[in-house]
Design a protein around this ligand. Sequence first.
Ligand code: MN
Length: 260
Amino acid sequence: MKRPRILLTNDDGIRAPGLAALAEAMEALGEIVIIAPSEEMSATGHAVSVNKLHTLQPVHRAGRLFGHAFDGWPADCVKFAIGRWLETPPDLVASGINLGPNLGTNVPYSGTVAAAVEAAMLGVPGIAVSTERPAPGRTADFGPAARIAAQLARDVLQRGIAPGVALNVNVPLVPESEIRGWRVAPQGCSRIRDLFEPAGEDEKGSPIWSNRGFEFLPSPNGGETDDWALAQGYVAITPIGYDMTAYGQMEEWRKRISGK
Ligand code: MN
């Protein structure tokens, strides 16, 4: 079997430590190609650029080429890498490791997840990996999430993944021995509530509002959702797609429009 090629990207920017940890863990699995946003692009969702010029700059780490910084959104990086930069599509796209979980209603906001979904749209298996945020003043250990990402990647490289499907993976930020196991969990309806506060006025006297604070609201109705699994200390794995059709509502709407 030929050595697989793995494209890595993220939304925290090419210099984020989570990407370096992911690259280190994935190196044993194949040839690594990194194209990631030149700056942090968190919470930019599945944004793409239209009619824009993009710079592409080599980035070195520890004296060798690490990857290329592309000044675009995370999905742009994947579109450019697969559509133009690489002569043949990669065998896998892995995105992350994001600093901060991507759960529930936050998933559509996530650039990390969007990059993996973009890969799925282009017919390449995609994995998005995120880990919890450390307590203020602490740094995150990306090691456990990186090793789990590599284990999943090995499986995906061997057995593939259904067309149009990507994996959204959230890993607890605890020592590896404290991870309770892996759970396949549906996307819940946890959400982030922004705490808007007045923050003075601009020079023209218009009010300024700050949303620097936020509150995490877990899925309200119980059930073994992605946020539940993560909070319980499990690795939460959610197979996701880009088809937003609410299949359970198809019949209802066929009835409502009957005769039209
Ligand atoms: Mn991010």
